[in-house]
Design a protein. Sequence first.
Length: 217
Amino acid sequence: MNSRVRVKFCGLTRAEDIAAACALGVDAIGLVMTRHSKRFVTLEQAAALRAAVPPFVAVVTLLLDDEDDWVREVISRVEPDLLQFHGEESAARCSAFGRRYLKAVPMGSVDDVYTYVRAHPQAAGFLLDSHATGAQGGSGVAFDWARVPRDLGRPLLLAGGLHAGNVAAAVSTAQPFALDVSSGIESAPGIKCARKMQQFMQSLASAGTDQENRREY
C-alpha cells in the first residue's frame, strides 16, 4: 500500500470550504464544470475558487461529455492542473486538449477494468466510481471495493460513497493511490460541512496509524 493515501475533496462551490479543506491538508480540490451536475459552478465562480486555492494544492475540473468549446473555455478561464472526464469520452478526445487528465471508470457498468484502462494509455490516473456509464458521481453509494485491481501499474483513485465511517475499510480493502470524496463531506449538494471534512481526514489519519502499527508487529 502507498505510504500516504492522497485526498481530493470534490464538488466544492464556496471559498470558505476550500479554505477549510486546504487547512486540513487535502492534496486536490475538485470543481464540477459540467452543467449536468447539481454541484456545477460557472466559469466566473470557478475562476474565483481557483484563485482561492493555495500553492501546492492541485485543482481538478470535472467534465462529463461536454462540448469541446466548453472544455477549452474551462481550461482557459480556470487553468486546472488536471481534467477529469466522467463520461464516455474517447482517449483521443481526452488527450486532444493538451492537459493531463484522469478518466473515471463507471464501476456500475464496467466489468473488465483492465480493458477499460488499456483504452486510455495517456491518462494520468483512473477514478473508480460507483456510477454506471453516462451517470454522474457524487451519489453517496459505494461499490464493492474488492473489485479494485491491484496490479494495473497506474494510479487509482477510489470514489463513491466514502465518508468518515468507512474510509478505513476502503483504504484497507482497495489500497488506492488516492481517495475522492464529495457527498460524504456535505450538508447539501455542493455545500461542504467543516465537521464532516475534519472527521474524514481524522479517520484517514487513524487508518494510516493503524496500518503502521500492524506492520511493526
